[in-house]
Design a binder for this molecule. Structure first.
Ligand SMILES: *[C@@H]1O[C@H](CO)[C@@H](O)[C@H](O)[C@H]1NC(C)=O
Ligand SMILES: *[C@@H]1O[C@H](CO)[C@@H](O)[C@H](O)[C@H]1NC(C)=O
Length: 131
């Protein structure tokens, strides 16, 4: 005969396991592993508002590729007039869900803006972004 306490222990255990499992599964893995900025060069001739436009456009493009095409690896490039082209490369681990992949991208996209317009790279447990 199973005692009520034992049953409730099992129920609790199953409940906690599900909780933990869920936490693990919905983890975008945004622990920062490394980060670096490209050394600034030729920046005097660059119009920053145009560069920022291009950066934003490549970020929108990549986000779109992740969401609509389920891509784990995406590239985007933009350039206006005489300004240097901006190109962005993104990759997330293929075991992440699309939702976690986008979350990791969003964190990386904010972080990489700490670099000057010349760009840089950020590496997380779950994803990698270079600009
Ligand atoms: C940069 O480009 C923007 C948008 O085209 C323009 O309004 C602005 O005057 C430009 N700035 C410089 C310093 O050329
Ligand atoms: C680019 O995106 C950033 C962050 O979302 C925003 O603050 C900024 O105004 C945008 N710049 C342009 C030129 O759209």
């Amino acid at each position: 005969m199973i005692q009520p306490n034992f049953v409730s222990l099992i129920v609790n255990f199953i409940f906690l396991s599900c909780l933990t499992l869920n936490l693990v599964l919905s983890e975008p893995q945004t622990h920062l592993v490394s980060q670096g900025c490209t050394p600034s060069k030729l920046q005097t001739s660059v119009n920053f508002s145009i560069i920022e436009d291009s950066v934003n456009a490549t970020f929108r493009d990549i986000r779109e590729q992740i969401i609509t095409q389920n891509k784990y690896f995406a590239k985007a490039q933009q350039g206006y007039g005489e300004n240097p082209a901006v190109s962005t490369l993104f990759q997330c681990r293929n075991y992440l869900s699309v939702h976690d992949c986008v979350s990791c991208f969003d964190v990386a996209a904010v972080k990489i803006r700490n670099c000057p317009a010349a760009g840089g790279r950020v590496v997380y447990d779950g994803c990698f972004l270079s600009l």
